[in-house]
Design a binder for this molecule. Structure first.
Ligand SMILES: [Zn+2]
Length: 261
């Protein structure tokens, strides 16, 4: 029973990553190529690279995520061109996180290129830290451009006021690995963002195996809030899914100043 559940979790993760990386479905043959990993114990983050050759970047990579953001240099950078539209709530528990697959048609603009919003998901506690400070949770909005390049917008979530934008999703969080449902409601990812869109930018990776690099990270400076009850509700489903912060290895974090209105 336990073993079967674990195998299913691994398959779901493989499917999620395949989706995130834009690999053709045909590459999915043989789930053995995407073995089981976890956030603690013998398959935990410090062992990911040893689990599979495919996960080598988790150990050998030089631009890994997440990181502690500190000492970022402020410089002029364009606004993230958010162009989000409402989507059905296709919600999935893949064993590692709760993920909402987003309908086509929403995007951001980075370096002049459009990146389509493919999905968003959550981590608890936050994966990125700022000056060593960790947050209750973190939202990742995963975007892909026409060439398969990834840009992820990270939103830090502090514990505070109840956040109505999450209410509908939170009422039906899929409780078990591989549970999925489409809710009879729409969501606009725009409503999940903070008011101020100032951000940090750095070159990083997926924070889950295979830890692939070449990911543009855009971490918004202003955190959003969720109530303790909302954070606890997520933790009752996924308890602890944050990779520890990774060495900077000489990378610079750029910082876009707060927009003036
Ligand atoms: Zn993530």
């Amino acid at each position: 029973m336990f073993i079967k559940r674990v195998a299913l979790k691994g398959m779901a993760a493989a499917a999620a990553l395949t989706f995130a990386l834009g690999i053709a479905g045909g590459a999915m043959a043989g789930e053995a190529a995407h073995p089981h990993w976890t956030y603690e114990g013998e398959h935990g983050p410090e062992h990911w690279a040893a689990i599979s050759h495919d996960y080598a970047a988790c150990g050998e990579g030089k631009t890994q995520s997440p990181i502690d953001i500190g000492g970022a240099q402020e410089e002029p950078m364009p606004d993230i061109g958010f162009s989000y539209k409402p989507s059905k709530i296709n919600i999935l528990n893949n064993g590692h996180t709760v993920q909402v697959n987003y309908d086509a048609g929403s995007s951001i603009k980075v370096d002049g290129a459009d990146y389509s919003l493919a999905q968003f998901h959550f981590h608890d506690p936050s994966e990125h830290t700022v000056g060593g400070k960790s947050y209750a949770m973190e939202l990742h909005l995963v975007h892909k451009n026409a060439k398969g390049g990834l840009a992820v917008v990270g939103v830090l979530i502090g514990e505070g006021k109840e956040n109505a934008a999450f209410a509908r999703m939170w009422k039906d969080l899929p409780k078990k690995a591989d549970d999925k449902t489409t809710l009879d409601a729409q969501i606009n990812a725009e409503d999940l963002l903070p008011k101020d869109r100032a951000y940090y930018r750095y070159a990083g990776s997926l924070t889950t195996p295979p830890c692939s690099e070449g990911v543009t990270w855009l971490v918004l400076k202003e955190p959003i809030e969720m109530s303790k009850a909302q954070v606890d509700a997520f933790r009752s489903v996924i308890d602890g899914n944050a990779r520890p912060v990774q060495p900077l290895e000489g990378r610079k974090v750029r910082s876009k100043a707060a927009a003036t209105h």
